[in-house]
Every structure is written in C-alpha cells, then in structure tokens.
Design a protein around this ligand. Structure first.
Ligand SMILES: [Zn+2]
Ligand SMILES: [Zn+2]
Length: 100
C-alpha cells in the first residue's frame, strides 16, 4: 500500500463528511424529488439512494460542490456508474438498455 493512499482517502472522506456537501446533497435530492434521475429517464419511478458526481471528484476536484455535476441515483444505477472499469460490462449494459 502506498503512503499517499491514506492522504487520498482522508481528503475525500473529509469532503463527504463536510456540512457543505451534506447540505448540497440534500438540496440535490429535493430538486430531483428524491427520485433516481436515470430511472426516471427510462420512465421508472424509483427512490434515489445516493447523490453521484457525474465528473468524479478525483478527476476534477473543483466540481465537488458544482450543483450541475450532481445526479440523484438509486443504488443500482449508482453501482452501474462505478462499474465502468470493464468495457465488456459497459457494452452489455448499454446493449441491454437499448433492448428495453
Ligand atoms: Zn436508478
Ligand atoms: Zn458515485
């Protein structure tokens, strides 16, 4: 394990615990009516469980409190957003999405 790993997590952990983030997250959730925005696009009504950063904060730290960079997601959609490592998985998800 690298030395920098601890610092890395510390930075994000303290952000996710900050009052500013909790406030913004609540505002985003309310503005999305507490519903998953990706499911809603498909006509599915599902409660949002998480607020996700569209551009990950480790890619662009300046967007961490950018309201337009947030999306309300259910657990499944959120997991899907974080499972983009495998190109095959991504392909299958998109293909599956087209068929529905
Ligand atoms: Zn969803
Ligand atoms: Zn996320």
């Amino acid at each position: 394990m690298e030395r920098s790993q601890g610092k890395y997590h510390e930075k994000y952990n303290s952000f996710y615990n900050s009052p500013a983030w909790k406030q913004l997250r609540a505002e985003k959730w309310v503005s999305a009516d507490g519903l998953c925005e990706m499911c809603r696009e498909k006509g599915i009504v599902r409660k949002a469980d998480e607020i996700h950063h569209i551009v990950p904060i480790d890619k662009d730290w300046s967007k961490r409190l950018d309201f337009d960079n947030l999306i309300a997601l259910c657990k499944d959609c959120h997991n899907a957003q974080h499972e983009r490592i495998s190109p095959l998985k991504k392909f299958l998800q998109e293909f599956d999405g087209d068929l529905k």
